[in-house]
Design a binder for this molecule. Structure first.
Ligand code: MN
Ligand code: MN
Length: 396
């Protein structure tokens, strides 16, 4: 006979809502076993979970694709994940030559290139031009209101993040939409060419379209008499030397090293098997997460006795309300990679370990009823990711 513990997620065994201490009971009714297997901490929550915590997880696999000739997109906004009011995310792919048309919007746009290569173009308000090719691990940032385009140089995929949870990438200001809703006499007068020049313009917003793969950067003639933009819209995040700690690595990107990125800050975090993103919180804003690879679980403690644990895997979005305590454990056998993104010009976090190390020892001892064993292990230096031999989480 299988013990309840053995029933909690081994391959080939149907997981049951039974805790290791025997609490719960079997579920023989209507159920989605694949989803239960993906959410072991929902089926059997840790007994420290309690209270009312809103949903903090949404998978891009639960969102509808917008399919176009030239690529696809899907989004997670406050409509899908109501608590996510600060940021919205769009997952987009372009074919070789596929174009996200010239457009602009009131929101800042921050992007992480997931795979493949693309070409991005923009100009600023002073007529200074920008063009760059981006590849895996590269970022771009377009300030609010500035026009830009994206074109696949090969099959590519990227994550776009906007500083408004209610944003929709389908409702932006686009060049085709403006043309379609301007009388041709006006277009003729504006550009100084006959009306017939506009015989074949699109009759509605194009959004994404298929075109030919462009030539090398050097072949593109877009020299501006006003020069190029003074602060780059591109940043190579993977080229940055990471902060390395036992258990993983962190790369932080914000307005200090990517000066144009005034409204969005981020960290790319790697958590090795058995390691965890330490207990911490952020003193500036909510955290919007995107899981890139691997699998993990996060517990968020909202205070007043409310705590809940969620399981995440590649393609999921997570969310953490401003200032609430949380940690993320790798529950798999490969490295867990994710992005922490903030509507802020700075990445900021507070480490629980560092806080306690920099507080008078007697205060910590009296508060938590702990002894020298813990007090002497506290660390004044911040380690965003931790791993201690013999004290790690491993998959059941
Ligand atoms: Mn855009
Ligand atoms: Mn965090």
């Amino acid at each position: 006979m299988n013990s309840p513990k053995r029933n909690q997620g081994m391959n080939g065994i149907v997981p049951q809502p039974i805790r290791y201490d025997g609490a719960g009971g079997i579920d023989t009714g209507p159920r989605d076993i694949m989803r239960d297997k993906e959410n072991p901490n929902m089926l059997v929550p840790p007994n420290t979970d309690a209270g009312l915590v809103p949903n903090l997880k949404f998978s891009f696999s639960d969102t509808p694709m917008t399919l176009n000739h030239g690529g696809w997109s899907r989004k997670i906004t406050a409509r899908e994940l109501p608590i996510a009011t600060t940021l919205a995310g769009v997952n987009m792919s372009l074919t070789p030559g596929g174009v996200r048309e010239l457009h602009w919007h009131q929101q800042a746009e921050w992007s992480y290139m997931l795979l493949g290569r693309a070409r991005i173009t923009a100009i600023d308000q002073d007529g200074r031009s920008f063009i760059a090719d981006v590849g895996p691990g590269d970022l771009w940032y377009f300030p609010p209101g500035l026009p830009h385009s994206i074109q696949g140089l090969e099959h590519c995929e990227f994550l776009l993040v906007f500083d408004d949870g209610n944003f929709s990438d389908l409702h932006t200001l686009s060049i085709s939409d403006w043309f379609a809703h301007t009388p041709k006499e006006v277009l003729s007068a504006n550009f100084g060419v006959p009306i017939s020049a506009f015989d074949n313009i699109p009759t509605e917003q194009v959004y994404i379209y298929q075109d030919n793969v462009p030539g090398p950067l050097e072949s593109v003639n877009m020299q501006s008499p006003y020069g190029t933009i003074p602060i780059s819209f591109k940043y190579q995040l993977l080229a940055q030397t990471p902060i390395k700690t036992p258990g993983g690595s962190v790369r932080i990107v914000d307005s200090r090293n990517f000066p144009i990125s005034q409204k969005i800050a981020a960290a790319l975090v790697e958590v090795e098997p058995g390691a965890m993103r330490e207990l911490h919180w952020h003193p500036n804003n909510d955290e919007w997460q995107y899981y890139l690879a691997g699998q993990g679980r996060m517990t968020v403690v909202l205070g007043d006795g409310n705590a809940r644990t969620f399981d995440y895997r590649a393609g999921d979005v997570g969310y953490v309300p401003f200032a609430t305590g949380h940690y993320i454990q790798n529950t798999g056998t490969e490295s867990l990679w994710f992005l922490e993104v903030f509507k802020s010009n700075l990445f900021e976090d507070v480490s629980l370990n560092q806080l306690m190390a920099l507080t008078p020892q007697e205060l910590v001892k009296g508060n938590l009823h702990v002894g020298p064993e813990l007090i002497h292990a506290l660390r004044k230096e911040k380690w965003p990711v931790v791993k201690y031999p013999g004290f790690s989480y491993y998959p059941r």
